[in-house]
Design a protein around this ligand. Structure first.
Ligand SMILES: Nc1ncnc2c1ncn2[C@@H]1O[C@H](COP(=O)(O)OP(=O)(O)OP(=O)(O)O)[C@@H](O)[C@H]1O
Length: 743
């Protein structure tokens, strides 16, 4: 029986179909799976048509409804049909006639190109593959027909219309030879075409017309990566593991192109795939993502880093799936993150990916909850203390320590607990305070140690323990257990965890293959924690992997937001060394961010309300809009202001609500509250100099200059995180003096 595969291009289209058309599509897909090709061709309702002037003899159209047409690829073998696109009837045939599918001779993937748009600009080389039978002569429209609106070059990307461009000096790919391009899977047609390109913007404008994987190769080369690196990072992950590529074997290529094609088995799968435009991540993984998530064996902890929106959480979720599928009988997986809101969001997404029987084997909890549960098992009367900062300030006063108010707490948190120092001797060790800038002689260290010891003793007697104490105790209890509670552990948003939290995690799983899988991004570190994995016994050397494709944010927004981090080279996650250079590519493009400086707060809020109203009028659903502020006070004012102007607005408290609770309203929340989330449109309000940075939350340089700088960086990151939550639209406003962090 033939099989059906679905191309990811169909997903956003499915959203546009009405109920009866969707039902009909399901019925049609059933026929494709169940009937022979001859019966399908003869079927009166389907009206399967070959396009007499099409570029690709394998493409057919079929009737979906009076207004919608399906486009499919029907390889001669008839084994696997590919549903390529769903289009309004009037545009379907011309689109389908322009496209051509080929099997990439190096990567073995099925690629689609707009052959009609490319025809005038590809050289007619003798080495070019013969046009498929039935292909049309070169079309005359030189611009890439499917190019994103406004991005295609108005002319011919530097090439004379109607003829092949002669290679010109100063081309984008001059440094790469034809032989190298060939090794990278760039076919003769595209090799000839790319010689005419002058810069990366021109290449990007042609993207919709170019075969997808070859575009990836060219864009990595255009970024300046070496041929070797492109071979390793782009070509190798796509190559079939075994066997040679046969360019006439479309069935195999369809199955092999898992980045954008999925073979479906039954109605439920068809529905699951098609209905999931925003859940494409469940099905279509980048080869690098798939490789990391489903790799059978990492010999120890593995770390995945990458800028915002590069799919780290997606990889973490798929990794949990892989681990849960391969658990020993009594095994358990822990998926953990920093805040309740993040954990809620992970739980929801995991439930979309895993069947119930696998979900039962996975715990999704914050690292703090894990530690508290472990401690409570041994001492049920213990509870979490929330006023630790105040306690230390009191004790510092009582001990008459002449330091700034937060000094004692900072010393406790960032020296004593971060390094797990348990004795006065340990604290007096010359290395104990390495990296701290305020010097402390031995007498003062003794005084500080006594004050810290008293605070710790008071917490223990009162049984209300700071999170730091709970983790120290949890790590101790877990280290004593010969049977660890977890077989594997997956940590998301790892950049924000404190060393004491890492000790708990390290102790919760035995050392060994696949023990820890860690994802994070130091650019997004918004809490005051810096970590050395090496010191914590988490060896990731040789098992660190970057992700470099941003799936969330438009290029315009990401480029602007990157200006917030200008000149800052973050340290690699869990290391003291700077991150190696490497750029991120965006899949999406759109309008640039809007910025607005107002005279005062009421003016700023008025302008915000109009912006939000405009988005809603454009058809963006209220639940897809988020307004974010630095403080709770401004958050409340914004919500009240929007409501007073009849806009549906709800305050989102990430600690208490799950993300979908307020689906019918514009979400108003703090910058901390948007971490890990994403929205079609985001407004960042109150980006004024007085609020970003908020100096209350920045360690004074008198206490420690390094910590002072790290705290300022964390606030800069907070703005960066808020801005990179936007998928399509970003609006940033302030009143009075703008934040110095703004680009
Ligand atoms: N292979 C993929 N195909 C389609 N969409 C993807 C893919 N990978 C990730 N995405 C989408 O990209 C967006 C960002 O993914 P994700 O949240 O995993 O990124 P992240 O790196 O964890 O982001 P951040 O660090 O900014 O929180 C999500 O909407 C996700 O569904």
């Amino acid at each position: 029986m033939p099989q059906l595969a679905i191309d990811a291009t169909c997903l956003p289209q499915y959203d546009k179909l009405d109920g009866p058309t969707r039902e009909r599509l399901r019925a049609v897909t059933r026929k494709f799976r169940e009937m022979s090709w001859e019966s399908l061709l003869a079927h009166p309702d389907l009206r399967i048509r070959r396009l007499p002037h099409g570029q690709d003899p394998r493409i057919r159209t079929f009737r979906l409804s009076d207004t919608w047409t399906g486009v499919m690829l029907a390889p001669e073998s008839g084994e696997t049909f590919l549903l390529v696109h769903l289009l309004p009837k009037e545009s379907a045939e011309s689109w389908a006639a322009d496209q051509r599918h080929d099997v990439n001779s190096v990567m073995g993937t099925l690629e689609r190109r707009d052959a009609a748009a490319l025809a005038p600009v590809v050289p007619a080389e003798p080495s070019a593959p013969p046009r498929p039978a039935g292909a049309a002569p070169a079309a005359t429209d030189p611009a890439p027909a499917g190019a994103a609106a406004g991005t295609a070059p108005s002319g011919t990307a530097g090439a004379p219309a109607g003829g092949a461009p002669a290679p010109e000096p100063g081309g984008l790919f001059d440094r790469v030879t034809d032989r190298e391009l060939e090794r990278l899977g760039v076919d003769p047609e595209i090799r000839g075409f790319c010689r005419s390109l002058k810069d990366a913007a021109e290449l990007r404008a042609w993207r919709p017309a170019l075969p997808q994987d070859q575009y990836e190769v060219l864009s990595a080369l255009a970024e300046g990566h070496s041929v070797q690196r492109v071979l390793q990072e782009v070509v190798a992950p796509r190559r079939p593991r075994i066997g040679a590529v046969a360019t006439d074997d479309y069935d195999t290529a369809i199955r092999h192109t898992r980045e954008r094609v999925i073979v479906v088995g039954d109605d439920q799968e068809v529905e699951d795939v098609l209905a999931g435009e925003f859940n494409a991540w469940r099905v279509f993984l980048h080869p690098k993502q798939r490789d990391l998530a489903y790799r059978a064996h990492f010999s120890g902890p593995a770390k995945v880093s990458g800028g915002p929106g590069t799919g780290k959480t997606v990889v973490a979720l798929h990794r949990v799936k892989f681990l849960a599928e391969h658990l020993p009988l009594d095994g358990r997986v822990l998926l953990t993150s920093f805040t309740n809101a993040l954990v809620e969001s992970l739980k929801r997404n995991l439930a979309l990916l895993l069947p119930d029987e696998l979900l039962d084997d996975v715990d999704v909890v914050t690292t703090d909850k894990l530690a508290l549960d472990v401690v409570k098992e041994a001492r049920p009367d213990v509870r979490l203390r929330t006023d630790t900062r105040g306690l230390f300030a009191n004790i510092a006063r009582q001990h008459r320590l002449d330091f700034p108010p937060d000094f004692l707490y900072s010393e406790y948190r960032h020296v004593v607990m971060a390094q797990g120092i348990g004795t006065l001797e340990g604290y007096l060790d010359p290395d104990a305070r390495r990296g701290r800038t305020a010097p402390l002689d031995t007498d003062r260290r003794r005084a500080v140690w006594h004050a810290i010891s008293e605070a710790r003793a008071r917490m223990r007697t009162g049984r209300a323990l700071a999170a730091e104490e709970i983790h120290a105790e949890a790590a101790r209890l877990l280290a004593e257990r010969s049977e660890k509670p977890y077989t594997n552990l997956v940590v998301d948003e790892a950049q924000d965890l404190h060393p004491m939290q890492w000790r708990t995690l390290r102790a919760a799983v035995a050392h060994g293959p696949n023990d820890m899988f860690i994802t994070g991004d130091n650019r997004q570190r918004i809490y005051d924690n810096t970590v050395s994995f090496k010191q914590l016994g988490i060896g990731v050397v040789g098992r660190s992997y970057p992700l470099r494709v941003n799936y969330r944010t438009t290029e315009e927004i990401l480029t602007w937001a990157d200006g917030i981090m200008r000149g800052r080279v973050p340290n690699e996650l869990g290391e003291a060394a700077p991150e190696p250079p490497g750029s991120v590519r965006c899949v999406l493009s759109g309008p640039p961010p809007e910025v607005h400086g107002a005279a005062d707060e009421p003016d700023e809020l008025d302008a915000l309300a109009e912006r939000v109203r405009g988005w809603l009028a454009e058809g963006i659903a209220p639940g897809d809009v988020c307004v974010t502020t630095r403080t709770n006070r401004l958050r409340d004012s914004v919500a009240a202001h929007l409501r007073a102007r009849s806009l549906p607005a709800a305050i989102f408290n990430p600690g208490r609500h799950s993300v979908t609770d307020e689906a019918g309203s514009v979400r108003v929340t703090t910058m901390h509250g948007v971490k890990g989330l994403e929205f079609r449109a985001v407004a960042v309000t109150g980006a004024t100099a007085a609020a970003l940075p908020l100096m209350d939350h920045v360690t004074s340089p008198d206490i420690d200059e390094n910590q002072h700088r790290a705290d300022l960086d964390a606030q800069r990151s907070l703005l960066y995180v808020a801005c990179t939550r936007a998928r399509e639209r970003l609006y940033v406003s302030w009143h009075g003096e703008p934040s110095p962090f703004l680009p």
